[in-house]
Design a protein around this ligand. Sequence first.
Ligand SMILES: [Zn+2]
Ligand SMILES: [Zn+2]
Length: 265
Amino acid sequence: MTEVDDGVIEPLAYRIESTSESFSTGEAVTGTTVDLHITYQKLSAAETEFTRGNMRVPSGLIAVLCIYESSWILDHMEKATISEVESFVFGEESTRRGLSEHLGATELALNQYRLAPGDGLPGGLHTHIDQEEVFVVLDGTATFETMNGKVTVDEAEAIRFGPGEFQSGKNEADSELVMLALGAPRDTDDIRIPVDCPDCNHETLRLNFSDKMTFICPGCNGEHIPRNCLNCGHEDLRVTLGEGTQTVVICQNCETEFERPPLQG
Ligand SMILES: [Zn+2]
Ligand SMILES: [Zn+2]
């Protein structure tokens, strides 16, 4: 896990003050701030270098940095007005806007989340074995549960989780949280929860989304079928941090706490 703030990424962080400047290789852009769509223009390797050295972008736009750092150059430009991208509502009026689909991104998962106070990102404590994730807080304060306790991430700060690091993001503040979630590579199919296999004691279970979600043990390949809440029958149970580094499972409807996910059989 790496946490950065404006100070650390200062060479590449700046507020956009004006828009719609354009430039080409060899032109001085000192003191010039440019709109995002300029950065998405098709660039030769030389121009990319030039841009990286001279152009400054806001801290909220790590997506752009990721694209340049991987030397990945778009075939064509796509622009999105985030507020106009279709939103999916969950929790207490929280929304997710899928920007990678909208922009046609092929190597990067990019979502904007607006989380109402008390809401969390979908799913509980989990990790992607095959993807790294970065969260950039644009407004409010995010609280991430990790296996080492909680970490708060404020406005203009970003946090990175490597493949295999368990985390779960929430809005525990009393104002709205707006953040960008980035994942690379874009697609992930090895998502794990920190729950021991009841058969072989392997320390994680992999989520398997075929017809209905089941858990597959990466150790013994056993399949475990989760049950709904034993108290109220609700299906949204989430792994969360209990005392210390112990994990517990909490029903999102009746808040009953279980030591581990109730399983069939
Ligand atoms: Zn097992
Ligand atoms: Zn329940």
